[in-house]
Design a protein around this ligand. Structure first.
Ligand SMILES: *Cc1c(COP(=O)(O)O)cnc(C)c1O
Length: 407
């Protein structure tokens, strides 16, 4: 097992152990087993002088306060448990949670811009909305798009961040994080680790200074909670906490509770779904209906493939697999990036970064591999939209049924 060292006093513990214990160490001493959910928006104090001193300290340092958080936009004990656990899994000093992955990226960009560093160097493809946030300059940032080999040359004196996704959404393209971190010099490298999760890859160990997650995906793992989190060193975490306090993109405590619970099964879920994904990739790779399969060397539960036929027919043809955006849930989802997740990226930029119009992205869940294959292969055989298709009746006799319209 990959044992991780958390400082001189800590005994190195394996990822699977950290996943179920990190952020929960004090529970037994509190006489609890499940983490408590603190929904307070405010915290009483009869000593306003002491509160003033604590507020001053947060305003000047961004360090987490000892004792009650004063106000829920400053901090929350339930969310802090999730932050502690994710930091440990990523091998980072700290983590700061936000209302969504996009709120987390926004805070990172604002934190750098507040230090006068508004220029970002980024490698395509990125998640469609991350691409849009940078490209549209919504936060006053300016972006230079480049490939990994061009990063060093693209860096300017006002560059505050280099950003990459590996494996990337949706093509699963991989970057050499160690080499990229080297090219960045003193500029922090942000790796969006949403697809790999710390189970498959810990970018901090390879030199990344900032690790971003859409917690909505694998960390939550059940398609029922939205969140984002940034793992980094304590120094940058302090700036992020101040930005979060001032801009308000906080994670709700109930979401913090669900995300901490999600982390406990993260290694089991990711490994099981990755095994199924690898088997589907093996079958797709020799299927005559498939032009190209994309699957990263580090593995994982995300697969992508290009079809010879119409990708919209595959989306309309699935029955067990759900045609929906998002990923990382216990059930399998499929979507067409050019229509949905990367629609907001300009067509030329989309195509030149490898997001072909025939590409389908699938997030493999925990269903049985044979059931998934059966559904996928019948959807791939779907006749053109609008026509009738033959399906076997219960007695094996082929019958013609009208094709249902896309849901
Ligand atoms: C979904 C996603 C995001 C955005 O996260 P939200 O939680 O939807 O705001 C960012 N990066 C990647 C790789 C994603 O898949």
């Amino acid at each position: 097992m990959d044992a991780m060292d958390y400082g001189p006093s800590a005994t190195p513990r394996a990822l699977a152990t950290e996943a179920v214990h990190a952020g929960r160490e004090d529970l037994a001493s509190l006489g609890l087993h499940a983490p408590p959910i603190d929904l307070s928006t405010t915290y009483p104090s009869y000593d306003a002088r002491a509160e003033a001193a604590r507020i001053d300290e947060f305003a000047t340092t961004g360090a987490r306060l000892d004792g009650p958080p004063v106000y829920a936009r400053l901090d929350n004990p339930t969310v802090a448990r999730f932050e502690e656990a994710l930091a440990r899994l990523e091998g980072a000093e700290a983590a700061v949670a936000f209302a969504s992955g996009m709120a987390a990226l926004t805070a990172v960009l604002l934190a750098r811009a507040s230090q006068g560093l508004r220029h970002v160097v980024a490698v395509r493809p990125l998640y469609g909305c991350s691409d849009h946030l940078l490209d549209a300059g919504l936060l006053g940032t300016e972006v230079t798009w480049t490939d990994p080999a061009g990063v060093a040359d693209a860096i300017r004196p006002d560059t505050g961040l280099v950003m990459v996704e590996s494996p990337a959404n949706p093509t699963l393209a991989e970057a050499d994080i160690r080499a990229l971190a080297h090219s960045c010099g003193s500029v922090p490298l942000l790796v969006d680790n949403t697809f790999a999760t710390p189970v498959l890859q810990r970018p901090v160990e390879q030199g990344a200074r900032i690790v971003l997650h859409s917690a909505t995906k694998y960390l939550g793992g059940h398609g029922d909670v939205m969140g984002g989190i940034v793992a980094c060193d304590e120094e940058f975490a302090r700036t992020l906490r101040q930005v979060r306090f001032a801009t308000g993109g906080v994670l709700h405590p109930l979401a913090g509770y669900l995300l901490l619970r999600g982390l406990s099964t993260l290694p089991v879920r990711v490994r099981a779904a990755s095994g199924t994904a690898a088997e589907l990739v093996r079958r797709l790779a020799t299927d005559p209906r498939i032009a190209r399969v994309h699957y990263p060397r580090i593995g994982g539960a995300m697969i992508a493939f290009e079809v010879y036929g119409d990708p919209h027919d595959v989306i309309a043809g699935v029955r067990l697999i759900t045609p929906a955006v998002s990923l990382g849930s216990v059930d399998t989802l499929i979507q067409h990036p050019a229509s949905i997740s990367h629609r907001i990226v300009a067509e030329g930029d989309r195509r030149s970064s490898g997001v072909s119009d025939r590409l389908l992205r699938m997030s493999v869940g925990l269903e049985d591999v044979e059931d998934l294959w059966r559904d996928l292969t019948q959807a791939l055989s779907a006749p053109p939209a609008g026509s009738l298709r033959a399906v076997p009746a219960a007695d094996g006799r082929p019958v013609e049924v009208p094709r249902p319209v896309a849901r």
